[in-house]
Design a binder for this molecule. Sequence first.
Ligand SMILES: CN1c2c(nc(N)[nH]c2=O)NC[C@@H]1CNc1ccc(C(=O)N[C@@H](CCC(=O)N[C@@H](CCC(=O)N[C@@H](CCC(=O)O)C(=O)O)C(=O)O)C(=O)O)cc1
Ligand SMILES: N[C@@H](CCS)C(=O)O
Ligand SMILES: [Zn+2]
Length: 753
Amino acid sequence: MKTSVQGYPRIGENREWKRALEAYWKEEITAAELQEQMKAIRLERLTRLEASGLDLVPTGDFSYYDHMLDTAFMFNLVPERFASLSGNELDQYFAAARGTSEAPAMEMTKWFDTNYHYIVPELEDSWVPDVTRNYPLEQYREAEAAGIKTKPVLVGPYTFMTLAKGLEAEHRDSCMSVLLSLYAKVIVELYEAGAPLIQLDEPALVTSLTREEAGQAAKWLQQLLDLVPKAPLQLQTYFESLTHWDLFAALPFHAFGLDLMYDDGDTLQQLRQHPPHQNAALAIGVIDGRNVWKSDLREAQQLVHSVQSLCPENQLILQPSCSLLHVPVSLKQEERFVEDLKQGMAFADEKLQELQLLKQVCTGAPESTLDDHQASLSRFRKRYPAAGDTSSEKLAMREPVFSRRAELQQARWQLPLLPTTTIGSLPQTTDMRKARTAYRRGELSAKRYRAMVEEKMQRWIKLQEDIGLDVLVHGEFERNDMVEFFGEKLDGMAVTQNGWVQSYGSRCVKPPLIYGAVSAPGSMTVSETAYAQSLTDRPVKGMLTGPVTILKWSFERSDVPKSVTAYQLAEALQQEVEALEEAGIGMIQIDEPALREGFPLKREKRAHYLDWAVNSFRAASAVAQPETQIHTHMCYSDFHDMIDAISAMDADVISIETSRSHGGLIQAFEDNTYDKGIGLGVYDIHSPRIPPVQEMTDMIERCLNVLPAFQFWVNPDCGLKTRNESETEAALRNMQQAAETVRETLIGQTSGV
Ligand SMILES: CN1c2c(nc(N)[nH]c2=O)NC[C@@H]1CNc1ccc(C(=O)N[C@@H](CCC(=O)N[C@@H](CCC(=O)N[C@@H](CCC(=O)O)C(=O)O)C(=O)O)C(=O)O)cc1
Ligand SMILES: N[C@@H](CCS)C(=O)O
Ligand SMILES: [Zn+2]
């Protein structure tokens, strides 16, 4: 029996990776220094993995930004607009990820149902397929030189092609043939270099594929196997079960890696019905790879035991359910958790220890090997029993209906056509972040910290007025992150000191933990919002994070149904909506950017999810007075398949991304006779590029061809916390000008929403 992981965090124990990247982007270090620092991070990581006792240490899972982007570059799939840029290969790579003044960044979207974002490969007609550099081989050799034999990891061809854009359905087969020949080249080189196993990640196979689609995928994988008959390939899936497993079980893969944690028990049954071919190894995901709770190793042992009857012990590999990319590195630096909470937790490094313990007990060590581990888990469970259903799930509906509310709200606010606003956060400058860090460390007084937040609000309220925005925001200066902030305030939740997880590029988040029943001890956002409102006559939007997003971007209890926690969160937020109204706030935005991300990967589970997700949003917002305008915001997701759900949320206005999809999303709203307000995200906030007025005017006009003007608002496509102040001001001035330019062409039409 062996142990392995599919991948491990890249960011380093103290986010060394992020610091190195950002130093390079700020030109504080040279390319050679960046390479050197990255190498040091890679080697430290490898040493750590090997020292943990893992039998198969992964390489190739490391990246300078994102592994999908790496794969695209490896295959020379570099969009024309970057290939023609001057500079070294590294600069081209970062230009594609981040954009430049000449070339907009490549699209970025969610990696399945996680908060990790990947760069979407662009399959262009001009593509000249080639293997420009075999990155996995380079990493394999580097590890070998350090004395560590590793298992190279690649994004598999089916997942890579499925997630890419720009491919017509009728060209899929020919594109796959080309891709397979490139993969074969990379794989043969790895094999010839002596890789003992090569992991092909194919999570796209666990989505709701028809039998025909799964059959086609199996055929393509067979073609790859035919091209590299000697290579020891492992087909790896995760995040769900493989519905049509029987189509894959007989493929001559060297190993199959399956998730036995997020599969509703399906995988074991499928394995019983269709055992993999005789020589195949089985890599079984029996430790939760994407949550932070200590594993019940007795249960895991049982699971391993059940699989042992299907596969000889020497062909079994124990691993987490998925790559450990989605959990923080180590619990070592968490000093503030009360001990009985901490003993119920496991980050990536602790999961490595769990794998070793599990292997020991599954290979003959006495049962007592697990005693200490299980005892601390029991203490945790006793101290923090799974919080039951403490809140009601009754259907929440706002009254009166939207059309009546819209009249009341327009009478109250008298907004012009195409009202302008922003999404909430304004630049979180280094001085603000440093001040917060100092405040947390007790080096800055609460009074001084508050004064700084107030200074920022004063400056930005004035600036927003000066730009001419119609609806202002307080700027979220007091917040480290839109979820962590509420995690700090809410009972039943706790935050980590150093539990960073990569979200996109160098940007990381510290997901809070939901360990008990969630409730609000008092108001959480009123003080800053009311202060900002006191500085202006224009409306200031209250800013809350919705129940589904808090849940999705936290580590929730695995033994409590998500819907139960979502309703608890909704109740806490409902209180906050009331408190904001009492303080005179008449527009409240409840962000739900993770609503789409939470979509179950299997289509048949979606209706149930949407029931509780939409209803918990309504439960949070339905208490609002009819004259209070409820906004919501979502970003970087494809909403085509959920417009009805968005409508059912019954928010008065929703702001969505429009810039990267070039207005394409608006079409989806037209087809569904959506009648509420829509905020057009007219420019991409992830890029330092200042959007020209004309570009945004064109965008608004394109949308006006689809839906009436009175439905539209104009705003950036997400919060501005990552941008600097001068970029933000310039971009907002252009945005305002674009809105006013189009407004002038609409004279005579009445505003409505
Ligand atoms: C909207 N998005 C979000 C997602 N998930 C969330 N949980 N939150 C989101 O907002 N998912 C989808 C998208 C992803 N987008 C982003 C956007 C921006 C970030 C980001 O900026 N991350 C920051 C960390 C933010 C934070 O918590 N900062 C702390 C500061 C902590 C710190 O590093 N302090 C320094 C000192 C100050 C300094 O030198 O800068 C230190 O301690 O050494 C705070 O503000 O208090 C990042 O830096 O990565 C993430 C996802
Ligand atoms: N209100 C948040 C939403 C981000 S999705 C912000 O502006 O950062
Ligand atoms: Zn957003």
